[in-house]
Design a protein around this ligand. Structure first.
Ligand code: NAI
Length: 397
């Protein structure tokens, strides 16, 4: 069979193995030629390491100067009679192949990061492969649900404004269409539940778990990713349920910083740029803002994707020593929030509509990044290649 893109709304139901492999190679080439990470960590645990910021961290830390060994936890689907599997599945496979080739350890643990079983697998692997300790813990899970401990129930996140109803638009990659909708204010329960899913509680419980198992090395750091965004998005993000959850994440970074001080280490929330990832395209009203942002940042030569953000984070802002703002946040959104960028966004965003979003915003770039996340539309890949299910199943992460 040939592998074709199957897109439903903003979800990719197929992924191209050779495209994912090429995307990994392209990112490795990029960080290999970038300013190197100095005094970086050697043994890294990445929770959510198969795509987006987590995968980019993994590539940057292994190939961008630190030569780190990595354990990555992710929740991905392999090939079966139902489909070819997810992009993250193939990213795990091809990252490992590349790391093996340069003698770096890359261990993939695929399962639910909220489960006791996965925690135990992580500890066993740290003991067997990392002499029992980690130097950096990257928390990069993105999910809409989190199981309640010792229960069959789940918390569900709801990205909504608080105290007001908002009008907004989203796009569908399936037929390149624009959809206007209204977002009602979140209920109190939705605010609490979103914080449970996207706040700092699970990050803290992972770090506590590692401390309790003596798995934290001297000078160990931990980071998690946050978003603040410009004023024009505050009603939906910063002042909405997402923002409340991220404030909780920031507070957790301070609590964890105190705990890791006992190891001469630290904990930081890194505020990143808005970017197209598997998780972010689900966020209501994200598309119009990103269309305007990409247009502006590309015109001004400031656009970065996940890999460029992570290489800059590790080579300039976390190592050799952390650079933080007045609230002890690491600001990777510094270029996004430049006045020149936001002035242009403010000109484009209010006039974007169904008729002009492909011309005034960077729809082409936005969609291309989405397709490339799933291994499609990548230069140099033979999309006529035939695969069998057996062949795909024989690739193991
Ligand atoms: P992503 O969807 O690309 O990656 C999420 C990762 O989490 C994947 O590796 C996935 O397999 C893993 N995962 C999800 N549920 C899991 C589970 N139950 N068990 C194990 N692994 C699981 O997401 P992205 O965008 O890289 O998000 C990472 C963090 O960055 C999130 O906290 C997000 O809020 C934050 N962020 C994202 C921005 C964006 O524009 N994409 C901007 C600023 C922050």
């Amino acid at each position: 069979m040939k592998i074709e893109p199957i897109i439903k709304g903003v979800v990719a139901r197929s992924a191209h193995p050779a495209g994912c492999e090429q995307a990994i190679k392209n990112q490795i080439a990029l960080v290999s030629h970038s300013k190197a990470i100095v005094q970086g960590p050697k043994r890294v645990l990445i929770l959510g390491g198969s795509s987006g910021f987590g995968l980019a961290s993994r590539i940057a830390l292994t190939f961008g100067g630190a030569k780190a060994d990595t354990i990555a936890v992710s929740y991905e689907r392999g090939p079966s009679e139902k489909g070819v599997g997810s992009a993250g599945w193939y990213n795990n496979i091809y990252f490992k192949q590349q790391a093996d080739a340069v003698g770096s350890k890359a261990i993939n643990i695929i399962g639910d990061a909220f489960s006791d079983d996965v925690r135990q697998q992580v500890i066993n692997t740290i003991q067997q492969e990392f002499d029992g300790k980690v130097d950096l813990i990257v928390y990069s899970l993105a999910t809409g649900v989190r199981p309640k401990p010792n229960s069959d129930e789940m918390w569900h996140s709801a990205i909504k404004p608080i105290g007001e109803t908002l009008k907004g638009a989203s796009v569908s990659f399936e037929d390149d269409s624009w959809h206007e909708s209204e977002l009602p204010s979140a209920t109190e329960q939705e605010i609490i539940d979103t914080q449970k899913v996207m706040g700092g509680e699970d990050w803290e419980s992972w770090v506590d778990f590692l401390i309790n198992h003596n798995a934290v090395a001297p000078h160990c750091q931990t980071i998690a990713f946050s978003y603040i965004g410009p004023k024009c998005t505050h009603a939906i993000y910063h002042q909405g349920t997402l923002g409340r959850a991220k404030v909780d994440l920031h507070q957790t970074s301070h609590a964890l910083n105190l705990k890791l001080a006992a190891f001469d280490g630290g904990a930081y929330a890194c505020v990143c740029k808005a970017l197209v990832t598997k998780a972010s395209v689900f966020i209501p009203t994200f598309a119009p803002y990103v269309l305007a942002l990409y247009q502006s940042m590309k015109e001004q030569g400031l656009h970065e994707t996940c890999i460029e953000q992570m290489q800059r984070l590790f080579n300039s802002k976390l190592y050799p020593s952390p650079i933080v703002d007045g609230e002890r946040l690491i600001r990777m959104d510094d270029w996004e929030l430049k006045p020149s960028v936001q002035q242009q966004v403010e000109q484009i965003l209010p006039i974007l509509n169904e008729a002009n979003f492909k011309q005034l915003g960077d729809y082409q770039g936005f969609k291309a990044e989405f397709m490339q996340l799933n291994g499609f539309d990548i230069e140099g890949v033979d999309y006529d290649q035939e695969y069998t299910l057996e062949e795909l199943k024989s690739l193991t992460p």
